[in-house]
Design a protein around this ligand. Structure first.
Ligand SMILES: N[C@@H](CCC(=O)N[C@@H](CS)C(=O)NCC(=O)O)C(=O)O
Length: 208
């Protein structure tokens, strides 16, 4: 497995968060090797991966990172080995507790249920619903519309304008929602809910 594209050096390695271990340091460790630590398949510019990295960091969970460069090698997410882990060919994907989970919000909810301290979701069901509303607005209503695969379909000339339009439209809606939910965080004052961080990175990453 030593020559698999996922094992190549990548800018992700240097900035891929707490617990990141470069391929080289792991010897023959590869994507098929079981590890006691969670393994995050991640790309440093991916806002969806940011969400999970933030949740892992807030919960002080030690993990290893395997960079999946979405640009290099015509997209390492399309490799057979990665597709076997995530048929959607997207990051993030987390191997943890004997299962493989994709979809950032599903991953974060799993972390919240299995490692509840510190909390990322409020206790109050109404506030939890608001956090989920904000999270889904970003993860389902804004980010997927300007994902790499979508931008490729839109075409090189139009992609910046397209991405900015969907982000601005989405963030206008988000700002309106936040006017009624926000306190210190996106929802109230109690938990640094993950929704508080998702939007910032989405906007920053995709526009600039
Ligand atoms: N709904 C998924 C979306 C994952 C996703 O869109 N990931 C992007 C990076 S942020 C990706 O891997 N894109 C690869 C591509 O478009 O080819 C989540 O929240 O995790």
């Amino acid at each position: 497995m030593g020559s698999h594209p996922l094992q190549g050096s990548s800018p992700c390695s240097a900035s891929s968060g707490r617990g990141a271990i470069p391929w080289e340091a792991k010897g023959h460790h590869n994507t098929m090797t079981e590890s006691s630590k969670p393994i995050l398949y991640s790309y440093f510019r991916s806002s969806c991966s940011w969400r999970v990295r933030i949740a892992l960091a807030l919960k002080s969970i030690d993990y290893e990172t395997i960079p999946v460069n979405l640009i290099k090698d015509q997209g390492q997410q399309f490799s057979e080995e990665f597709q076997a882990l995530n048929p959607m060919k997207q990051v993030p994907t987390l191997k943890i507790d004997g299962i493989t989970i994709s979809q950032s919000l599903a991953i974060i909810e799993f972390l919240e249920e299995t490692r509840p301290t510190p909390r990322l979701l409020p206790k109050d069901p109404k506030k939890r619903a608001q956090v989920r509303m904000i999270s889904d607005t970003i993860a389902s209503g804004i980010q997927p519309l300007q994902n790499l695969s979508v931008l490729k379909q839109v075409g090189q000339e139009n992609q910046l304008a397209w991405a900015q339009k969907v982000i601005h439209t989405g963030f206008d809606a988000l700002e309106q929602i936040l006017r009624s939910t926000a306190g210190k965080y996106c929802v109230g004052d109690e938990e640094p809910s993950i929704s508080a961080l998702m939007g910032v990175f989405n906007k920053h990453e995709k526009i600039h």
